[in-house]
Design a binder for this molecule. Structure first.
Ligand code: IMP
Ligand code: MG
Length: 189
């Protein structure tokens, strides 16, 4: 029934996610002080749920802002072309920026965003990603905080989508083969 029927397996459970986010929060609490007042830059749409839990695991003063980059569409491979669909509300000059990502796959998105933000003269830029798929890296891009390393499988849930669906699942899972096959077939029509 519903979208749970499309799930092949759960890769990271809700409890595992929540426990790890508390640990990430502790690392960030040691890295930044109230005086730093870091700006968390959430990369939409995939990181929205991670940002929501991460921000509540932080004890230092901080702010959040949002940026949206172009995504995959129905396919499970990135095109290599990254576009900014929504930009930050405010200047980051002199600010300590923490980029909050859902997953680093090829590294193209993060590389583009990092370089773009560097031109705006922040005091520092660090990256916190929930998931890292190092086996797929094409562009070498530094990542400071990683929640989990995942194998070379397309994952969904907890903000991550396939064709805009499954973002609401509270865990990270893998879809059944037939779900990709169906959409990719519709795609080539
Ligand atoms: P990259 O530019 O190839 O590193 O891909 C980055 C973006 O692609 C992420 O922010 C995700 O939105 C999306 N993405 C990459 N891998 C996956 C996946 O396994 N599931 C869902 N989205 C993914
Ligand atoms: Mg996406």
């Amino acid at each position: 029934m519903g979208m749970l029927a499309d799930i092949d397996k759960v890769l990271i459970s809700e409890d595992q996610l929540q426990a790890r986010i508390v640990e990430l929060g502790e690392s960030l609490n040691k890295t930044y002080s109230d005086e730093d007042r870091p700006l968390l830059v959430c990369i939409l749409k995939g990181a929205f749920m991670f940002l929501a839990d991460l921000t509540r695991a932080l004890s230092m003063r901080h702010e959040v802002d949002f940026m949206e980059t172009s995504s995959y569409g129905a396919r499970t491979e990135s095109s290599g072309v990254v576009r900014i669909l929504l930009d930050l509300e405010r200047s980051i000059e002199g600010r300590h920026v923490l980029i909050v990502e859902d997953i680093v796959d090829s590294g193209r998105t993060l590389n583009y965003v990092t370089r773009n933000l560097e031109t705006r003269n922040p005091a520092s830029i660090r990256v916190c990603t929930l998931l890292d798929k190092p086996s797929r890296r094409v562009v070498d891009v530094p990542v400071d905080f990683v929640g989990f390393e995942v194998p070379d499988e397309f994952v969904i849930g907890y903000g991550l989508d396939f064709d805009e669906e499954y973002r609401n699942l509270p865990f990270i899972g893998v879809l059944k083969e037939e779900i990709y096959a169906k959409v990719e077939e519709e795609d080539t029509r």
